[in-house]
Design a protein around this ligand. Structure first.
Ligand code: ZN
Length: 691
């Protein structure tokens, strides 16, 4: 099958916040590199994306900011759209799932599947807030994490330890917004019976798509090995696309049902607006000579490889040919998080680094999390800019152009006789095209960009080795040949880097006055620039980035980290609930523990221990010493002297830091982890038993 056209989709970002470097590195830059590469080759391409404006995160954001949900999606849709345009992400259309076209098409999609009997109806018990009368989605339920016992874990995930959770697992689940405790109530929903698609999916993915990236193939295989279950495609919510069948009042399409349909409805919107350019929308979705590629992040694999293909198969649409998915990008060693503001936001980046879109594109591709999670650091950002873009690529271009200006009045000099070294250099860079193509076609963008940078290295080395600035004093003919070849390499660099660094390539094309017709197929040729043609005005392609700018970014992150720690502590205090009552005990069991009253005679920190306090007690029985790990809660332990406290008298003695501890002082643990020693409210005799 030869494909006539390529449909490239990029995961729809949630319109609940601006886009950050993790989005760009994971999905949009790789998708854009691929789309630009195909266009540069003269292929027919449609690159589709849009904002995902349904789902719970936008409603949470609205309540947090005190505005309507519509205002939230309007605000972030336009912000996201502008950021993508600013960074040169070359979508043919960037629309939104609140569009009229999408609402209608997604509702029709559901109805057609419903009428064809492609859903099953099921009633189940869901978490419900009796005070507000709402069912809650996973994201709206919070509680204590069953794994790490952090407070405020979400119903689908614990942000502290990263565990994937279901709301059923949370300890003391509550409504994230009202704080109300939850009950369970029956509700009816429609399910996509994925179990019925299992044999087909197994054959389609596991047998026919062994070429998919190992992380994608592996995740699909583990889902399939676990056995697919029916998946609800509707939700009890008031924000979204109403379920268009009878008996579904108050229910909307699950965001994961409607969002990927957005790829189709956005295609429809574009084709209807510009039919002469893009043709009929159905050729992109129904004709088998169209190749579809979904670019996504790893959290989207199951939806794009299993759920959405089942929906497409059910309605006779094309299936994706490949689903290149990246792993996650971290920031300075920590998980990027919108809610914790731990991110580099694209709009803020441009305020701090105006005109440096390509630098970020370059660094994110050089460091792309293609096979494993990766880390973005500002030190690496600065080093790659200064040592690679400026010192290699920029330096080569600048030398070639400035010397041509100096010796040949800014005209491409004539090429004389070639030396063996010239031929060897030409030979080296002529191979670049084939290597780049094979890497790009296999979605290995990181290595592909490295290869383009190698071409710049070849040029830089060629100039450094031949030293035309010295030769110019004695041999102008040889100088002309060297600069002629250097300018041809420069023109090749403009093409090779175009998918990766579109802004710089455009600038370079203008400086070299390159013919606009020169495209990918010309890569590797040494006659791209005509002898004697005039060059344009010369300026620097890249500039050094100073330490002070980098320090500013690190300071900002340090401030955010401190704010987050404070907020997490406040959150823990606010959401604290008593732990569940332990299993039943008996008076006999309790009686085995001998609790007594004693007066604190002295209390001192134990030397070389951050944790331990040493108590000297009058226990009414000759006195005893007890060590207690509460030093951090009592910066001034003398406040305890003279107080009557409770202690367990019949624990066997044990030695800590060379001191024998004879029992245990009773303390309460507060929500923030502070320990408070329990005291007696009115004086009693030391040695009195408590029971
Ligand atoms: Zn946890």
């Amino acid at each position: 099958m030869t494909f006539q056209r390529s449909l490239i989709t990029a995961a729809l970002p949630y319109a609940n916040g601006p886009v950050h470097i993790g989005h760009l590195a994971g999905v949009y830059i790789p998708a854009d590199i691929y789309a630009r590469y195909l266009r540069l080759k003269g292929k027919k391409v449609l690159f589709v994306c849009g904002s995902d404006e349904h789902g719970v995160p936008v409603t949470i954001r609205a309540r947090k900011e005190g505005i309507t949900t519509q205002e939230v999606v309007d605000r972030y849709h336009s912000l996201i759209k502008r950021s993508f345009a600013d960074f040169g992400i070359s979508f043919d259309i960037y629309s939104r799932t609140t569009s009229e076209t999408h609402h209608q098409f997604a509702a029709d999609y559901f109805r057609r599947m419903y009428e064809a009997g492609q859903f099953v109806e099921q009633t189940s018990e869901q978490f419900y807030d009796p005070e507000t009368g709402h069912f809650l989605t996973d994201r709206n339920i919070r509680g204590e994490c069953p794994r790490c016992h952090a407070q405020g874990a979400y119903g689908d995930q614990c942000e502290k330890c990263g565990a994937t959770l279901s709301p059923e697992e949370l300890i003391n689940p509550y409504n994230a917004e009202t704080g109300n405790a939850l009950t369970k109530k029956e509700t009816k929903h429609w399910y996509l019976p994925l179990d019925q698609y299992q044999p087909w999916l197994e054959d389609w993915i596991l047998n026919q798509h062994k070429e998919w990236r190992p992380n994608v193939y592996g995740q699909c295989k583990s889902w399939l090995d676990g056995g697919l279950k029916p998946r609800a495609v509707t939700r009890d919510l008031d924000w979204g696309i109403p379920v268009p069948v009878e008996g579904a009042e108050g229910k909307v399409l699950y965001v994961w049902f409607d969002a990927p349909i957005g790829y189709i409805s956005n295609t429809i919107e574009l084709c209807k607006a510009q039919p002469e350019k893009y043709g009929n929308w159905e050729q992109w979705w129904r004709q088998d000579d169209t190749r579809m590629i979904h670019f996504i992040g790893k959290d989207n694999i199951v939806f794009h490889c299993i759920v959405f293909p089942a929906m497409l198969k059910a309605q006779g649409y094309n299936l994706p040919d490949n689903v290149p998915s990246n792993e996650f990008l971290n920031l300075e060693g920590d998980k990027i998080s919108t809610s914790r503001n731990w991110a580099v936001w694209l709009n803020e980046y441009l305020d701090d680094f105006p005109g440096k879109q390509d630098v970020l594109r370059y660094v994110l591709t050089a460091n792309a999390p293609e096979t494993k999670d990766n880390d973005f650091t500002w030190a690496d950002f600065q080093a790659r800019n200064n040592n690679e873009l400026v010192a290699i690529y920029g330096n080569f271009i600048n030398r070639a152009l400035v010397l041509t200006g100096k010796y040949f009045e800014g005209r491409v000099p004539e090429c004389g006789e070639l030396t063996d070294y010239d031929r060897q250099t030409i030979d080296e860079f002529c191979h670049v095209k084939a290597t780049l193509e094979s890497l790009l076609e296999n979605f290995r963008f990181r290595d592909a960009q490295k290869e383009a940078m190698n071409l710049a290295r070849i040029g830089n080395k060629y100039l450094a080795d031949t030293e035309p600035w010295k030769l110019a004093k004695t041999d102008m003919e040889r100088t002309a040949t060297i600069l002629h070849l250097s300018l041809q390499i420069a023109a090749n660099l403009a093409i090779a880097f175009e998918p990766f660094l579109p802004f710089s390539s455009e600038k370079l094309r203008t400086m070299l006055q390159m013919d606009a017709q020169i495209g990918w197929e010309d890569l590797g040729r040494i006659d791209l620039l005509q002898t004697d043609s005039t060059l344009g005005e010369v300026s620097l392609l890249f500039e050094k980035i100073d330490d002070s700018l980098i320090q500013g970014q690190l300071d900002r992150l340090a401030r955010i980290k401190a704010e987050n720690e404070k907020a997490a502590q406040e959150e823990a205090l606010k959401n604290w609930r008593p732990s569940p009552i332990k299993a039943d005990t008996t008076i006999d069991e309790f009686d085995k523990t001998d609790i007594r009253v004693a007066t604190v005679l002295d209390c001192q920190p134990v030397k070389k221990s951050e944790r331990l306090l040493q108590f000297s007690l009058d226990d009414g029985m000759g006195g005893r010493t007890i060590l207690s790990g509460i030093a951090q809660s009592y910066p001034d332990p003398s406040v305890l002297i003279g107080k009557q406290v409770l202690f367990i008298a019949n624990f066997p003695p044990r030695k800590m830091m060379g001191i024998e501890s004879q029992g245990m002082i009773l303390s309460a643990v507060d929500a923030d982890g502070r320990l408070v020693v329990t005291t007696v409210s009115a004086p009693v005799k030391n040695g009195t038993q408590v029971g």
